[in-house]
Design a binder for this molecule. Structure first.
Ligand code: CA
Length: 231
């Protein structure tokens, strides 16, 4: 089992240090972001198992970041815990309304935070990670975030992994670049269409290493499909 990873989104440096120290001590891999925009970038880069999200962030509030996360299909089930100095019942409700899974009031005890973090990750796992996907000689282990082709490991970046997962969940179906962009990056993402081509190219290269048959069909003027009739 890979160690769980968490993205800490918090603008107060001493709190980030404290969180990192406690999380790493408990075996978590930690990524950090210091505002909402950086959080969305780090989510793509780090693909964490959960997010600790401060409510009071510069520019974009934690609540808005949470709403944005929930608009991305790939992150719909990503566990998010909101951290806040506020403790009013109404705030709690607003926090959970934004799509957060849990809500922790500062100051908090690190052990309580970690227990609640483990709980949201555990709840998310049955649906998102306790399974494998298969297509032709490809196997994707969603829990371990690993892909193998004919038993050989395939090394993929986080975006290629999400892209492959998206098409493996819908084999044979042809997707336009727009549909892939919506499904993998999210409608809100500011990504150009040709970025899709770049990642398809990387994915193809990784999958076809060693001269194995191409599994991604390019459909002229339409898009791409995962297909054994790729060649
Ligand atoms: Ca803050």
């Amino acid at each position: 089992m890979q160690r769980p990873s968490v993205l800490v989104v918090e603008d107060e440096a001493p709190l980030v240090t404290l969180l990192r120290y406690n999380l790493e001590k408990e075996g978590f891999a930690v990524a950090e972001a210091h505002d909402g925009e950086e959080a969305l970038i780090q989510l793509r880069e780090a693909a964490p198992d959960a997010v600790l999200l401060d409510w009071m962030l510069p520019r974009v509030s934690g609540l808005e970041v949470c709403r944005q996360i929930r608009r991305v299909p790939a992150w719909r089930d990503l566990p998010v815990i909101i951290l806040t100095a506020r403790g009013e019942e109404g705030d709690r409700v607003r926090g959970l309304d934004s799509g957060a899974d849990d809500y922790i009031v500062k100051p908090f005890s690190p052990s309580e935070l970690i227990a609640r973090l483990r709980a949201v990750i555990r709840r998310a796992r049955p649906a998102t990670t306790a399974e494998t996907l298969g297509f032709s000689d490809l196997v994707m282990d969603l829990a371990a975030h690993r892909v193998a082709r004919s038993g050989h490991p395939v090394r993929l970046g986080p975006t290629e992994f999400r892209l492959l997962r998206f098409v493996m969940e819908r084999p044979g179906r042809v997707f336009s670049r727009e549909q892939l962009l919506d499904g993998v990056w999210g409608r809100e993402a500011e990504v150009e269409l040709r970025t899709v081509d770049v990642h398809i190219r990387r994915l193809r290269k990784a999958l076809n290493e060693g001269g194995r048959p191409d599994l991604i069909r390019t459909v002229r003027a339409a898009g791409y499909a995962l297909d054994t009739a790729a060649n």
